[in-house]
Design a protein around this ligand. Structure first.
Ligand SMILES: Nc1ncnc2c1ncn2[C@@H]1O[C@H](COP(=O)(O)OP(=O)(O)O)[C@@H](O)[C@H]1O
Ligand SMILES: [Mg+2]
Length: 366
């Protein structure tokens, strides 16, 4: 009887189950009776990965990136997964470019570790969830590989996990810097979030109440590695505070915002058709896009909306994005910081009307 469950518990099971299947042992999933939980198992891809012949991949697009597999044939591209997680944070939470960089760096390092060290026959699995109530993103990366203690050649598993999060700890100095887990630990904990590792007979987690690192022996080994990060995404200083190696600040180049939005002139261009098509129909969609624009404007002087290929938007979407931004920012800031190009006359009319009406109402009413 399953009454409640979360990704921190479920995701680490997925690579283990997949590894059994690879060795010829199949699983049948009996989904929870509760309708909400049943849908959770399907939307998160847990059902799909546990019993692929019974459940197809999730098509749900809500506040999470479902469990996705990477690093072996015919699985997702690691870079695409990273982009999906960054897009999720930008849409759902209040954030800034520095925090986004710190999160992208951390997730990238933890996923790279699977490819570089784990020797997992089923690759790795990632899942991410955005929690609006406390402005936190949580992700878990898990594999069915040799485990951190084994990779580091250490027999004391608890000790191996503790040492893996120290600066400069690596199994191979000539190839690696040893900053991946150290940096991710710092990003998570300095943001006021969570951090935990399970690997073989070791278990390690950060205890926020006193800022200590706790570790325990596990009787039943976790046959692989699972890393959980919970990160508060609002602090503009997070990048500078957390990513320092040998005393030097680290600013990761070519970040998500640059890849996804910057053109050659360094302007931010928001392609409406590509990024907002699923949001045009509703007020809720408009809210998400406005949140995204507010995040981008936090670190950039202006954003250009490119409406190429967009023939119509709903008036509630136009109100939620342009009406409210206009009233929030005021006419002068709106006109200097928001540009629009390739606007179809119908769409232009809808935007104008939304701005006029919202100006009359003010942002208080809905
Ligand atoms: N998924 C994993 N599977 C096995 N070993 C791992 C995994 N992740 C990390 N490790 C071990 O922990 C060490 C520290 O990782 P990290 O801090 O990312 O440094 P680096 O990757 O530069 O060596 C690695 O050298 C490796 O021995
Ligand atoms: Mg690494």
């Amino acid at each position: 009887m399953c009454e409640s469950i979360n990704e921190a518990t479920m995701l680490p099971l997925i690579p283990i189950v997949s590894d059994y299947r690879r060795r010829g042992i199949d699983f049948e999933l009996i989904v929870p009776e509760d309708e909400w939980l049943r849908r959770l198992f399907i939307n998160t891809n847990w059902a799909h990965h546990i019993q692929p012949n019974g459940y197809g991949p999730s098509t749900y697009r809500g506040g999470n990136v479902p469990a996705l597999q990477f690093g072996v044939d015919e699985t997702e591209d690691a870079g695409d997964i990273l982009n999906r997680v960054m897009d999720l944070i930008l849409r759902e939470l209040d954030t800034n470019r520095g925090a986004l960089k710190a999160i992208e760096w951390s997730l990238g390092e933890i996923m790279d570790n699977v490819s570089n060290h784990a020797e997992s026959q089923v690759g790795g699995f990632v899942q991410a969830t955005a929690f609006k109530n406390n402005n936190v993103v949580e992700f878990v990366v898990a594999d069915a590989g040799i485990g951190i203690p084994e990779s580091m050649g250490m027999t004391d598993h608890e000790h191996a996990l503790r040492s893996s999060i120290d600066e400069g700890t690596t199994r191979d100095r000539s190839k690696n810097a040893g900053n991946g887990l150290y940096g991710s630990y710092r990003v998570s904990t300095l943001s006021g979030g969570r951090f935990a590792i399970n690997s073989l007979h070791g278990e390690l987690y950060y205890r926020p109440s006193d800022g200590s690192v706790q570790s325990h022996p596990r009787k039943v080994p976790y046959n692989g590695t699972s890393v959980l990060c919970g990160i508060h995404v609002g602090d503009p200083e997070l990048l500078h505070k957390a990513l320092r190696f040998k005393g030097q600040p680290h600013d990761p180049p070519y970040d998500y915002v640059e890849r996804a939005f910057e053109n050659r002139e360094g302007e931010l261009v928001f392609n409406m058709k590509e990024r907002a098509q699923r949001d045009f129909a509703s007020r809720q969609g408009g809210k998400r896009i406005r949140g995204m624009i507010e995040n981008l404007l936090r670190d950039h002087p202006s954003v250009t909306f490119d409406f190429d290929g967009v023939a119509v938007i709903s008036s509630s979407f136009a109100d939620e994005v342009f009406g409210r931004l206009f009233v929030d920012m005021g006419p002068r800031a709106f006109m200097t910081r928001i540009q629009m190009r390739n606007v179809d006359p119908t769409v232009g009319g809808l935007i104008d009307r939304a701005i006029v009406q919202r100006t009359r109402l003010g942002n208080g009413d809905s």
